[in-house]
Design a protein around this ligand. Structure first.
Ligand code: HEC
Ligand code: HEC
Ligand code: HEC
Length: 389
């Protein structure tokens, strides 16, 4: 075959080129094959150290860093970051950072946690490095992880909004001192105030409420003022329990909630769900840009649906109304409008998933436009929860 190729090359090329090929192609090929064989033999002998404890040679470190920068730059061509200065987005990203990233990347109090410090490469303290990257590049690394380093990919590849929330936090991170960091990731929930209904719980479950859920959902399940985290106070226990199991199975997609739910036994999930149903929902949070006309338009959609778009009345499943509803259907009254809008948009884009009943929402959401989504979200967020039963 090589001989034929020489023939073609010599017919087209000059005499010089022909002799160049004759002289060099074969030796180079033989050299490369030999090098490959030697490489395999060296690896097979086991003498190459894979130990993290000795670190990389300077040239290997340079090469890996260089490849990372080039790869990230090329793969983010054309990617455009959404607005990232929203406080609620930063809060959401901060909550996740504390659980999912701090153990490797540290906090203002401890830049290099001891175990992560023994990794190769050592996960950097991010306030020192984030300014070197564009937001789109941070997004790419947080979403996809980095091979050969231990930097994991985002658990829920189906949706990008949560990853952008983490990027929003990373951009704000360099400005934070230790106290501001604590305030952002845990809020006032760190205060050891006792909640009456907590004492009725098994000690293990109350520890989960205080340590694992309160930093984001608040001790009583009412969230953290901004719409970063949904209200779960007063929600039907069946829906809450099934949602947590759906996260744990990966049927409902959230890089924030999936790892949390996966770590809780189904017995504890039942207890948590009961606890949150008993909590008193706070009076509805005023949605940003709330207007009476939007609430009225939303009310019409909720009570009558949109017949020509095949959208059923929401109240049939979500209330408010006198007749009891299926306890697997969530209450929406008093929920943050921005959260409702987000979930409806995720359903519409087939990125939501959920319990065994979640398919019901695919048809519903398909018939709504952006304005109708905003209106109906404003309507539900303006209701106080007890009305909904
Ligand atoms: C198991 C440990 C681990 C976890 C968990 C982890 N990372 Fe990393 N991360 C790493 C390592 C290791 C690197 C690679 C450092 C390198 O290439 O030099 C890295 C690199 C990065 C980089 C690139 C930094 C730079 O300047 O090169 C960013 C950004 C980043 N991680 C963000 C995050 C975020 C945000 C989270 C949480 C969602 C997270 N990481 C979770 C270990 C981890
Ligand atoms: C790091 C912040 C954070 C922590 C900690 C956290 N959550 Fe969440 N939770 C969220 C976010 C964000 C969502 C919305 C996710 C989505 O878009 O699906 C959510 C959603 C939920 C939902 C679904 C609400 C609904 O209306 O469908 C439930 C139930 C829930 N969380 C319960 C818990 C419980 C119980 C704990 C403690 C074991 C907990 N969460 C800990 C951030 C958190
Ligand atoms: C046939 C019953 C049914 C109708 C009608 C219905 N829904 Fe739903 N909806 C559900 C179910 C079931 C879920 C829970 C899905 C899951 O997570 O498994 C849900 C979930 C939701 C959620 C997410 C709530 C959360 O806490 O995450 C929103 C928002 C929502 N519906 C809005 C609406 C709106 C707006 C309408 C009317 C336009 C509507 N739904 C009509 C059954 C219905």
């Amino acid at each position: 075959m090589i001989r034929n190729w020489f023939k073609v090359a010599s017919a087209e090329g000059s005499g010089d080129a022909r002799s160049l090929l004759r002289h060099w192609i074969l030796p180079i090929t033989v050299f490369c094959v030999a090098l490959g064989i030697v490489g395999v033999l060296v690896a097979a002998s086991g003498v190459i150290p894979i130990k993290a404890s000795s670190g990389h040679w300077a040239i290997t470190r340079w090469f890996l860093q260089f490849s990372k920068e080039r790869s990230v730059a090329t793969h983010t061509l054309g990617l455009k970051a959404p607005p990232l200065d929203d406080r609620s987005l930063i809060l959401k990203g901060a909550g996740h950072y504390e659980i999912g990233c701090r153990p490797c990347h540290g906090s203002p109090e401890l830049h290099h946690p001891r175990i992560a410090h023994s990794m190769e490469p050592v996960p950097p303290y991010l306030p020192d490095t984030v300014t070197r990257w564009k937001p789109e590049e941070l997004f790419y690394m947080v979403k996809h992880g980095i091979k050969f380093t231990g930097m994991p990919a985002w658990p829920a590849q189906q949706r990008d909004d949560e990853v952008w929330a983490v990027v929003a936090f990373l951009l704000a991170f360099p400005e934070l001192d230790a106290e501001e960091y604590q305030q952002l990731v845990k809020g006032a929930s760190r205060t050891t105030q006792q909640h009456e209904s907590l004492t009725a719980l098994e000690p293990g479950t109350s520890t989960i409420v205080v340590e694992s859920c309160a930093p984001c959902h608040g001790l009583g399940g009412n969230g953290r003022e901004l719409a970063a985290f949904p209200r779960i106070a007063g929600q039907r226990a069946e829906y809450t329990a099934e949602s947590l199991k759906a996260y744990a199975r990966g049927d409902r997609h959230s890089g924030i909630m999936e790892p949390i739910a996966a770590g809780i036994s189904s017995e504890r999930i039942q207890q948590l769900a009961q606890y949150y149903e008993q909590q008193k929902p706070a009076s509805p949070a005023a949605a940003r840009d709330r207007t009476t006309s939007a609430i009225e338009r939303g009310q019409t959609i909720a009570h009558e649906g949109i017949p020509d778009k095949d959208v059923p009345a929401c109240v049939d499943c979500h209330g408010p109304g006198e007749t009891p509803r299926n306890r697997n259907y969530p209450l929406l009254a008093g929920q943050y409008a921005e959260y409702l809008t987000l979930q409806l948009t995720l359903f519409q884009q087939h990125q939501r998933g959920g319990t065994a009943y979640s398919h019901l929402m695919l048809r519903v959401s398909a018939g709504l436009n952006q304005q109708q989504i905003d209106d109906v979200a404003q309507y539900y967020s303006s209701l106080s929860s007890p009305v909904a039963r």
